[in-house]
Design a binder for this molecule. Structure first.
Ligand SMILES: [Zn+2]
Length: 142
C-alpha cells in the first residue's frame, strides 16, 4: 500500500525504476514548480526490489507521453483529500519531441540546430524508436 499521507492533494509518480527519479525531475522540469516536490530514492518495492517515487503537492499537468516514453511501467496517482482518486496508466507514445536526442553526427538535426528532435515508435513490442530524419534507433541505455 502506497503511503500518501504526506500528500493531501497532488500527484504521486510511483514505480519509477530506481535511480531514474532525477532524470524524470529534470525532463518534466519539476524544478520550475513553486509547490513542494519530494523525491524518494530506493524505496522498497515488492515487484522490483527498489524503486523511486516522486510526490508533488499540487495538481499539475504533467506530460504523460514523456513519462510513458521513459518507462511505461511508471504509475501516476492523482491524490485528493489524502486519497488516491485516480491512477493513470501510461502507454508508449507514437512520437516524442525533444525528449530524446539523435546522436547520429550525420543527422540533419546535428546541422540544423533549430529542428526539433522527433522520434517515432516503429515497433511497439520491441519498444523501438527511430529518428524521423535519419532513422537512427534510440537507445535508452546510453
Ligand atoms: Zn537523426
Amino acid at each position: 500500500m502506497l503511503n500518501v499521507d504526506s500528500v493531501e492533494r497532488g500527484l504521486v509518480i510511483d514505480h519509477i525504476q530506481a535511480g531514474k527519479s532525477m532524470d524524470i525531475y529534470r525532463i518534466l522540469e519539476l524544478d520550475k514548480l513553486d509547490c513542494s516536490v519530494a523525491i524518494i530514492k530506493n524505496a522498497r518495492s515488492k515487484k522490483s526490489g527498489k524503486k523511486d517515487i516522486i510526490k508533488i503537492e499540487d495538481k499539475i499537468d504533467i506530460d504523460l507521453d514523456v513519462l510513458g516514453f521513459i518507462d511505461p511501467n511508471i504509475t501516476v496517482n492523482i491524490i485528493d483529500g489524502g486519497k488516491i482518486i485516480q491512477k493513470k496508466k501510461l502507454t508508449l507514445p507514437d512520437t516524442v519531441t525533444n525528449v530524446a536526442f539523435c546522436k547520429n553526427p550525420r543527422c540533419i538535426t546535428a546541422v540544423e540546430q533549430e529542428l526539433p528532435h522527433v522520434f517515432k515508435l516503429v515497433d511497439r513490442s520491441k519498444v523501438t524508436y527511430r529518428c524521423i530524419y535519419c532513422e537512427q534507433e534510440y537507445d535508452s541505455k546510453k
